[in-house]
Design a protein around this ligand. Structure first.
Ligand code: ATP
Ligand code: LTN
Length: 334
């Protein structure tokens, strides 16, 4: 039996990914690629909804792809490619926009949040149609499952609605995908503000652990992480968000259970615990960083790998797009 299809992606919105992207997405993708026919994209067209310097966007796109590979996404096993290199994404997005209700798109909470933050004049139409482009990403590949964080669940639901709507109007064309929502235990919070999600675009850098940072710098940030005055290494998300977050990171990177880590540090202070965690982080990130930097040292080879995978992606995507055009009555050239 052939493997089920999986699709996910990340925006190239920073020079380096942060540890939340690694634990919440890349580590899972790495495992999932063994049992699924996986497609992973660097969604650079989505990134255009934020202001970008062209040279920087190009660099961030390569850096994001290099970090996928360095974290264990194998370009020979999974189809790892850059979204804009497959024109079908933008084409299907247009088609899907014609079957999306204005009110339906207006209800997307991510758009509502961003547009209320930046105001109508500071918000581009691309931000409004962002979820439709995401639906195109997923539907082009006939994906069965889409691993994403909780914040993207509404977008996957819109994708399902659009697929069903198209199928009922024009005949069975798209597979209706299922979201695979990241578990709470894979959610990482800011080290300085442990009730806020760690994020690439955080305002302050002090609470963010970057995959490509000098390991000594990451160790220092861990030693300075916010804790509490109890002095006991114990998991309690509500009363002890700082320590609990550090425990989640420790457990995720070592594959250990939280109670076993609590036992190890029983009767010892936060200093010891943080030192232990810093060691774990440095050991895990050191080699990932080395691999990513080595890949970035040879951009021509990295670009070739990405081009090969874009060809593979395009051959699947174009098949879907052709069927869509045909079913909608667009005159195909002979
Ligand atoms: P941005 O600040 O540009 O929105 P981000 O760092 O918040 O970026 P996304 O690009 O939105 O991350 O997400 C990429 C992937 O990483 C998603 O699958 C998301 O669920 C996961 N992810 C992002 N931040 C975290 C986090 N703090 N903990 C766990 N997973 C995370
Ligand atoms: N919107 C997502 C990134 C993304 C995506 C996708 C995820 C774009 N296209 C398709 C899964 C499937 C985000 O911000 N994390």
């Amino acid at each position: 039996m052939s493997k089920a299809r999986l699709y996910s992606g990340m925006q190239p919105s920073a020079d380096s990914l942060q540890i939340g992207n690694y634990i919440g997405a890349l580590m899972q993708w790495r495992d999932l690629q063994e049992s699924y026919d996986a497609f992973f994209s660097v969604v650079d067209l989505h990134a255009l909804t934020q202001p970008n310097d062209p040279a920087e966007l190009r660099a961030k796109t390569r850096r994001t792809a290099a970090q996928y590979i360095a974290a264990g996404i194998e370009p020979a096993k999974s189809t790892l490619y850059v979204q804009s290199q497959v024109p079908a994404h933008a084409e299907l997005a247009w088609i899907l926009s014609t079957i999306t209700g204005f009110g339906e798109a207006s209800r997307m909470t991510q758009f509502k949040d961003k547009s209320s933050r930046y105001g109508t004049d500071g918000t581009n139409v691309g931000l409004f149609t962002y979820p439709i482009l995401m639906a195109a990403d997923i539907l082009l590949y006939q994906a069965d499952i889409v691993p994403v964080g909780d914040d993207q669940k509404q977008h996957v639901e819109l994708t399902r609605d659009l697929a069903e709507r198209f199928n009922s109007r024009y005949g069975d064309t798209f597979r209706v995908p299922m979201p695979m929502i990241q578990q709470d235990t894979a959610r990482i919070y800011d080290l300085q503000n442990p009730t806020a999600k760690m994020s690439k675009s955080a305002e302050s850098d002090a609470g963010v652990l970057w995959l490509l940072d000098d390991p000594a710098k990451s160790a220092k940030k861990i030693m300075r992480a916010v804790t509490d005055s109890e002095g006991v290494v114990r998991y309690d998300r509500d009363a002890k968000p700082g320590v609990s977050n550090l425990l989640v990171i420790y457990a995720a990177l070592t594959g250990r259970q939280i109670p076993s880590i609590e036992d190890e540090y029983a009767g010892r202070g936060y200093g010891d615990f943080k030192k232990g965690l810093a060691e774990v982080v440095v050991n895990e990130f050191g080699p990932v960083r080395e691999r990513a930097l080595a890949l970035l040292d040879d951009p021509a080879e990295l670009d070739r790998v990405l081009a090969r995978n874009a060809d593979k992606a395009a051959s699947v995507a174009n098949g879907t797009l052709d069927a869509v055009y045909d079913r909608m009555g667009l005159l195909r050239r002979s």
